[in-house]
Ligand binder design. Structure first.
Ligand code: AMP
Length: 239
């Protein structure tokens, strides 16, 4: 019930590194969707979560998956990283040259940017490389970033399909798939693109599906996407 107290972040099984990232994010206690999702995702289970924007769902999927990436494949050392760690006049970053280990598909550019912000803050601590590709902007920086290599790829469906078809993005190394706001992707007509992307992924993977509502169309698609998923249901009023 709403009066029941939630566990603390350090009782969920997250690494010390991840707890430092949470401190950097400024979160002091987990939201219900975080408390419900983090332990089962850390175990490697698939997840079906009914949670809307504003419930803390972004950190609910990024914290445990990025925690697990540490074991799946530690970040490859790169001589020079891009962004804020790059020294003035330093050599161009070499990158790790690999394809994403984790793919987050989200319906809109705004959501992709929000996810990118949280992923980058966590990556500052873990050393992973996050790349975001969205529509409506030029391809060149995106293809360059993909060539450079990344651990986490955040993408809107249409642009990702284009990049796959251009041969600029391969998804053979993906171990974790997150479908964010699945109901909105359905409403916006992105489902055929989402299915096309999923067909390119290894079958052996962890899949998390977040949706405000679990509609008939999502239920129909679920058996091909999720294996024995843990279920978390959070209403906005239940926060
Ligand atoms: P989201 O549902 O992921 O869009 O997150 C909604 C807002 O809640 C964002 O502004 C987050 O920064 C914030 N947030 C997420 N988790 C927490 C937390 N555990 N404590 C405080 N704020 C949070």
């Amino acid at each position: 019930s709403a009066t029941e107290s939630l566990p603390a972040f350090d009782e969920l099984g997250l690494s010390d590194e991840m707890l430092r990232a949470i401190e950097n994010l400024g979160y002091t206690a987990p939201t219900p969707v975080q408390a419900g999702s983090i332990p089962v995702v850390l175990e490697g289970r698939d997840l079906l979560a009914a949670a809307q924007t504003g419930t803390g769902k972004t950190a609910a999927f990024l914290l445990p998956t990025m925690n697990n990436l540490e074991h799946i494949a530690p970040p490859k050392p790169v001589r020079e990283r891009g962004g804020r760690n790059r020294r003035r006049g330093a050599k161009k970053p070499e990158g790790n040259g690999r394809g994403p280990l984790m793919l987050v598909i989200t319906p809109t550019r705004e959501l992709a940017q929000q996810i990118d912000e949280v992923a980058s803050k966590i990556a500052d601590v873990t050393g992973h490389v996050a790349v975001t590709v969205v529509g409506g902007v030029s391809y060149k920086p995106q293809t360059a970033a993909l060539k450079y290599g990344c651990d986490i790829l955040v993408a809107t469906p249409g642009r990702l399909v284009d990049l796959i078809e251009q041969g600029a993005c391969h998804l053979d190394d993906v171990k974790v798939l997150v479908l964010d706001e699945a109901d909105r992707m359905l409403d916006m007509g992105f489902w055929p693109s989402v299915r096309k992307i999923i067909a390119k992924l290894p079958r052996e993977r962890q899949t998390l599906l977040f949706s405000a509502t679990i509609s008939g169309d999502i239920q129909t698609s679920m058996p091909t996407m999720l294996k024995d998923p843990a279920q978390v249901e959070i209403s906005r009023s239940g926060q």
